[in-house]
Design a protein around this ligand. Structure first.
Ligand code: AHG
Length: 337
């Protein structure tokens, strides 16, 4: 029988994936639907941020010592809220909160997952109308089911993620998520208010022509990184170039573009901040998981991002991530350091 179909929505897609595993409980599908709902709510506020009094600093400073924007708080509360009221999540860690939140009720204590997220990455770009995003990583808890989740659930290496994803609030709003089975992208269709499958089975091109790095920090980078950047600038037709430098200052948008078009994103350590700026659990791990599943690579310059075992919740890490051939070339320089 031929059934006429329109594009699959996020909910339909996750259910379709579930049908392939008759023993699955549906908890992960439900969790992804919860995240999709929070993303839609945040999207509404992001879109009207210029019109209402939701722009600008909230007057508080987050645990990283950075100004917290009002939309950050709104986004944090939305994602935390859907996960708390859902049936799949035992607790969360958020870049905006000092400590993890253990939901500790009967349903949550019986849930198998915890989620770590950055509710609004690139918030410095909010008030200038530039793309921002949400990033999340989902882990199967290591603590005993039936009891409240514990700190150990949130300090797992990134290779223990069962799913990771991001939402980019850009010219369109997109939700991209990865499981071990693949990476799929959904564009928010405003006419029906649903994320619809627009980018099935995303693969990161093995090579690209884009390199993304904050050039303002160039003289703070170690020599090998500087040499690689010089190489990027010198590329021409004879060796895969010329390259283009693109750096938005919202890693969600930068890495999303490179994932689709091929490229490399770098946030190296600097003399002042040897561990760089990005947070391992909220930013590096989810993107490393997604990029690896898509065929790319992610390291901190010395080791695979996904193999780092975190020792603290808000740990920072240098990040080099992108197309496999570009990453391999970068690593040749880093090895010489
Ligand atoms: P924030 O959420 O505080 O605006 O930080 C954004 C992150 C990341 O998304 C981006 O790539 C990077 O910080 C930009 O930092 P620099 O301005 O130091 O390059």
């Amino acid at each position: 029988m031929i059934v006429n179909r329109t594009i699959l929505t996020l909910d339909e897609f996750t259910l379709q994936q579930l049908r392939a595993f008759p023993t699955a409980t549906g908890e992960l599908s439900s969790l992804l639907r919860d995240i999709g709902l929070a993303a839609k709510r945040v999207n509404v506020e992001v879109n009207k941020a210029g019109l209402v009094d939701i722009l600008g600093d909230a007057g508080a400073v987050n645990v990283q010592g950075e100004d917290v924007k009002k939309l950050d708080i709104y986004a944090n509360n939305q994602f935390m809220g859907v996960l708390k009221h859902g049936i799949s999540c035992a607790g969360i860690g958020s870049e905006e909160l000092d400590d993890v939140v253990v939901f500790d009720d009967e349903v949550s204590n019986n849930s198998k997952y915890v989620v770590l997220f950055d509710p609004l990455d690139g918030s410095g770009n909010i008030d200038v109308n530039v793309s921002i995003g949400t990033i999340f990583g989902v882990y199967r808890r290591v603590s005993e089911i039936g009891k409240p989740c514990t700190a150990a659930d949130f300090l797992q290496a990134g290779n223990r993620q069962v799913a990771a994803g991001y939402i980019v609030y850009g010219s369109s709003t997109m939700l991209v998520y990865a499981t071990k089975r693949g990476v799929n992208g959904f564009t928010l269709d405003p006419s029906i208010g649903e994320f619809s499958l627009s980018h099935p089975n995303i693969k990161c091109p093995p090579s690209g022509k884009i390199y993304s790095v904050n050039h303002g920090n160039f003289f703070q980078y170690e020599k090998s990184v500087q040499q690689y950047i010089n190489t990027c600038q010198k590329k021409d037709k004879t060796n895969g170039g010329p390259y283009t430098q693109r750096y938005i200052g919202s890693m969600v948008a930068d890495v999303h573009r490179n994932l689709l078009k091929g490229g490399i994103f770098m946030y190296p350590g600097t003399i002042d901040k040897p561990k760089g700026k990005l947070r391992l659990q909220y930013e590096c791990n989810p993107f490393a998981f997604i990029t690896e599943i898509a065929g790319g690579k992610a390291t901190n310059g010395k080791q695979r991002i996904l193999d780092i075992v975190p020792t603290e919740l808000h740990q920072r890490s240098p990040l080099f991530i992108g197309s496999i051939n570009m990453m391999n070339e970068l690593e040749e320089y880093l090895k010489q350091a």
